[in-house]
Design a protein around this ligand. Sequence first.
Ligand SMILES: Nc1ncnc2c1ncn2[C@@H]1O[C@H](COP(=O)(O)OP(=O)(O)O)[C@@H](O)[C@H]1O
Ligand SMILES: [Mg+2]
Length: 347
Amino acid sequence: MTHCNNMDLQSHSTQAIQRLGIGSYSEVFKINIDKPCQPPDSSVTTELAGCILCAGLESSHRDYAIKQITITDKFSIEDFEYEVRCHKFAYEQHPAMFTYIGPVWRTELNDPPLISSNDTPAVSNIVVTAKPSDLIQGPPLGYAYLVTEHMSHLDLFSYYSNKQYVNNPIRPYMKGLLLALLIILDTLHNNLNMVHGDFRDRNIFINYRGPGWKQELLYRGAMFQIDIGGFEVKLGDFGLVENIHPGRPSFIIRDFEFLENIYCQRENWQYMTDSKAEYDAIVGFIRAEFMLDFYALIAKIRQPTQTNKEARRAFWFNKHRLLKTSVYYYELPRRLVDRYLELVYLA
Ligand SMILES: Nc1ncnc2c1ncn2[C@@H]1O[C@H](COP(=O)(O)OP(=O)(O)O)[C@@H](O)[C@H]1O
Ligand SMILES: [Mg+2]
């Protein structure tokens, strides 16, 4: 991993760096790189080019997101390197499904962070979920950085938490959105052999491309042009990724969490379809093809005194015991896409 202790990020931009999000171990900032210190060219190696940031950028984007990760005992540099390796591999194989990931570097031990959240104004519709200090105990061991493409409407959770979409004609179109998500899930498992481990609304990024724009995704040799209301949807945040390895405890069920998000948070999703009938068809599909099995698994370990919430919580803690089957890795994602096409998307 390349080290850098003297980079001035703000000197690459005429605009202020803004804060986009805060996670448990990381903060994410938006930077508009309109003053690169050299032309972006991914073929130039960082050693030769001098500037880690500019040399590694893909020229087609100008707005980027920089994730500043605090390295601690619990969140190590090895975890970070694994996250980056998997993210890069996924993006290289399927750039239309996963967020672009560019330059990556870390600062020296005990160096201060390159970006201080005190100096950066927040993007107006930011939803703060945790402060890094909530989890980090003791002085940080250092900081690591990764640059991704900036997604204009952040993540789905931030999007619908702001409720700005309710009367806004520009919003993701749910029927297409769900097809894209199911194809991404199938590709992740059946093509990349990866468990993402955190496939849910907060890690599903959305970017508005313009009226009439359609997302092109390949599924089993066929190219689908998917109407998501002019939005592009991509999966990001590979912080919990692992290789599929039957028999080993895994985060596999968390790759289906987006289905639960849609199913359980009707107040957020009902605005994203054209008609009530279509909305009912989508929810009915999720119930029949996923939720019923999911509830049956929860029922298996449920204690009579537990509330629904407690039972669900117990389930998340016991998931690796319950799911020893390869169905969740390979068969279910494929079946979900095929059934969705048949029952909802092409019906
Ligand atoms: N490329 C991006 N474009 C827009 N917003 C982003 C981007 N990357 C991260 N964010 C915002 O920051 C939040 C946290 O980023 P994420 O990569 O998911 O980190 P964490 O590992 O802390 O969950 C996201 O939920 C989103 O709101
Ligand atoms: Mg995240």
